[in-house]
Design a protein around this ligand. Structure first.
Ligand SMILES: CC(C)(COP(=O)(O)OP(=O)(O)OC[C@H]1O[C@@H](n2cnc3c(N)ncnc32)[C@H](O)[C@@H]1OP(=O)(O)O)[C@@H](O)C(=O)NCCC(=O)NCCS
Length: 144
């Protein structure tokens, strides 16, 4: 497995991961926009030429990054791919002079919350009814 930058021809594979893992359906243009906003913040976990996970982030304010999407294909979890992507992303942020990384997560998503805590993220805020289905979210923040 190698971590590499996103390429536009990854979109079908990534959209499929998003449908399965995040239960969302986004237009192709969204991935292209994120890529255009911050190329270095869009990483793919590539296993023998096939994307098995990705992390997409934007620069949300001066010295701040926001993770918009982060997922690994269900059958490939708990093998360290998520950790490798997060480590690579933190390195990108450090090189860019980012001081703060923020993200949102469903309050029911224990697996992701545990993962983020291991990576130094802390729950900073409750986000009532943050998700379209009415579920609350947490804003989590990590300082670099
Ligand atoms: C969050 C997510 C991206 C993590 O990806 P991952 O590839 O499973 O991450 P890792 O394998 O690096 O670590 C996950 C767990 O597996 C464990 N693990 C890592 N390598 C392992 C191995 N070889 N054997 C067994 N366990 C292992 C880690 O200790 C970690 O444990 P934890 O849950 O107690 O923290 C993944 O769970 C996911 O895609 N979830 C669904 C989408 C989602 O919720 N995204 C976040 C939305 S905000």
């Amino acid at each position: 497995m190698r971590i590499r930058p996103f390429m536009p021809n990854d979109i079908p594979a990534i959209a499929s991961i998003v449908r399965d893992a995040l239960r969302e359906n986004y237009p192709t243009s969204l991935y292209l926009d994120i890529h255009r906003w911050w190329r270095d913040g869009f990483l793919v976990a590539d296993l023998d030429g096939h994307p098995v996970g990705f992390l997409a982030a934007v620069l949300s304010a001066d010295g701040q990054a926001r993770v918009l999407m982060f997922a690994v294909t269900a059958g490939f979890r708990r093998r360290g791919f998520g950790s490798q992507m997060m480590n690579a992303f933190i390195q990108v942020c450090a090189m860019r002079g980012i001081r703060r990384i923020e993200l949102e997560v469903r309050i029911s998503n224990d697996e992701a919350i545990r993962f983020y805590k291991r990576y130094g993220f802390e729950i900073a805020q409750n986000l009532p009814k943050f998700y379209t289905d009415g579920e609350d979210g947490y804003k989590m923040i990590r300082h670099l």
